[in-house]
Design a protein around this ligand. Structure first.
Ligand code: CP
Ligand code: NVA
Length: 315
C-alpha cells in the first residue's frame, strides 16, 4: 500500500494546495492514507532541514501549532511571520514579498481573508503555497475531518456527513473534499446563510461514486441518519460585528442531543474548533462519547505532515 500511495502523491511535488479541488479524488484519498501511516508510526519521513514560512493574518491555535509540529517531525523548521511586523504591514507589495520569501523558504502556508490573496501568493511564489484558511475555504481542515470520520466508520464512500450552521469556509471545504471522497454532504443552514452557489456547483461537479451534495434548511432533515454531525461557529473571524444578529438567525440550529437523536445511532460529532458551547453546539454534546473533536484537532497534524511531505517531494 505504501508504494501505491507514494506513487500517487509524487505528482503533488511542487504543487499548491489552495483549494480541496486542487487535488484529484485519488490524490485526496492517498493523502489520508499517508496521514494514517504517519499517525500509526508505520511511516517516517525526513525532509532534511526544509523551512516552512507561515503568514497568518488571522488568529490561530490549531493550524499554527500543527503546521509547526508537522514540520519539526519532518526534520524541518518553521518561520512564523506576523504580517503586521513585516514590511507587508508597511505596504510592501505581495508580489515582492512572495518572491523574496521563496528564496528563504521551501513552502508557504497562508491564513488570510480573501482567497484571491492566496491565489496571488501562489502566482508569485516559486515554492508551493498552502491555504491555511481563507474566508472561502479551509482545505486542510476538511482533510483532517474526513480522516477522523474514516478512523471511526471505515470506508468513506456512501457515508453521510451533515454540517449544521453557517454555509462558510469550513462548509465549502467539506462539500468539495467530501464530494471527492464519495461522501454525501448535507449542509443544514438557515435561509440566507447558504454556501455560495458557485462552490456548491463546483462540489457537485467533483462528486465521485454518486456522492450527493445538498443544502437543506431544516436541521433535523439534514441530520437524519447521518454518520457524522458537524458544526462550526455562527460568526467567523471577520464577522464578529454580526454575532448578535446571527444568534437570532441561527436559533434552532444548535447541535444538541435532540438533534443528535435524529442521526445514525453510531454517529460522531465533529467541530473544527474553537467552539462556543451552548451556541452552535451544546456543552453536553461537545463532551459526549460521540464527540471526536480532539481526535479531529490532532489529525490536523497528520494530514498536514502528509501534505507538506508531498508538495516538497519528500516521498
Ligand atoms: N480549526 C482551526 O483552524 O483552528 P485554529 O483557528 O485554531 O487554527
Ligand atoms: N469558520 C471559522 C473557522 C475557524 C477555524 C472562521 O473562519 O473563523
Amino acid at each position: 500500500m505504501a508504494t501505491g500511495v507514494a506513487a500517487v502523491l509524487t505528482a503533488l511535488k511542487g504543487r499548491d494546495y489552495i483549494s480541496s479541488a486542487d487535488c484529484s479524488a485519488d490524490e485526496t484519498g492517498a493523502l489520508l492514507d499517508l496521514a494514517h501511516q504517519l499517525k500509526s508510526g508505520n511511516r517516517r519521513i525526513d525532509l532534511g532541514n526544509r523551512v516552512l514560512g507561515l503568514i497568518f493574518n488571522k488568529a490561530s491555535t490549531r493550524t499554527r501549532v500543527s503546521f509547526q509540529v508537522a514540520m519539526a517531525r519532518l526534520g524541518g523548521q518553521t518561520v512564523d511571520l506576523n504580517p503586521s511586523l513585516t514590511q507587508l504591514g508597511r505596504g510592501e507589495p505581495l508580489e515582492d514579498t512572495a518572491r523574496v520569501l521563496s528564496r528563504y523558504c521551501d513552502v508557504l502556508a497562508i491564513r488570510t481573508f480573501a482567497q484571491q490573496e492566496v491565489v496571488d501568493y501562489a502566482h508569485w511564489s516559486t515554492v508551493p503555497v498552502i491555504n491555511a484558511l481563507t474566508d472561502l475555504e479551509h482545505p486542510c481542515q476538511a482533510l483532517a475531518d474526513f480522516l477522523t470520520m474514516r478512523e471511526v466508520h471505515g470506508e468513506l464512500v456512501g457515508q453521510t456527513l451533515a454540517y449544521i450552521g453557517d454555509g462558510n469556509n469550513v462548509a465549502h471545504s467539506l462539500m468539495q473534499c467530501g464530494a471527492l471522497l464519495g461522501v454525501n454532504v448535507r449542509i443544514g443552514c438557515p435561509v440566507g446563510f447558504e454556501p455560495l452557489p458557485g462552490v456548491l456547483e463546483q462540489a457537485r461537479s467533483l462528486s465521485q461514486n454518486g456522492a450527493q451534495i445538498q443544502v437543506i434548511s431544516d436541521p433535523a432533515e439534514a441530520v437524519n441518519g447521518a454518520q457524522a454531525v458537524y458544526t462550526d461557529v455562527w460568526a467567523s473571524m471577520g464577522q464578529e460585528q454580526e454575532q448578535r444578529e446571527r444568534e437570532q438567525a441561527f436559533k434552532g440550529f444548535c447541535v444538541d442531543q435532540a438533534l443528535m437523536d435524529q442521526a445514525a445511532t453510531n454517529a460522531i460529532v465533529l467541530h473544527c474548533l474553537p467552539a462556543h458551547r451552548d451556541e452552535e453546539i451544546s456543552a453536553e454534546v461537545m463532551e459526549s462519547d460521540a464527540s471526536r473533536v480532539f481526535d479531529q484537532a490532532e489529525n490536523r497534524l497528520h494530514v498536514q505532515q502528509a501534505l507538506l511531505a508531498s508538495v516538497m517531494g519528500g516521498l
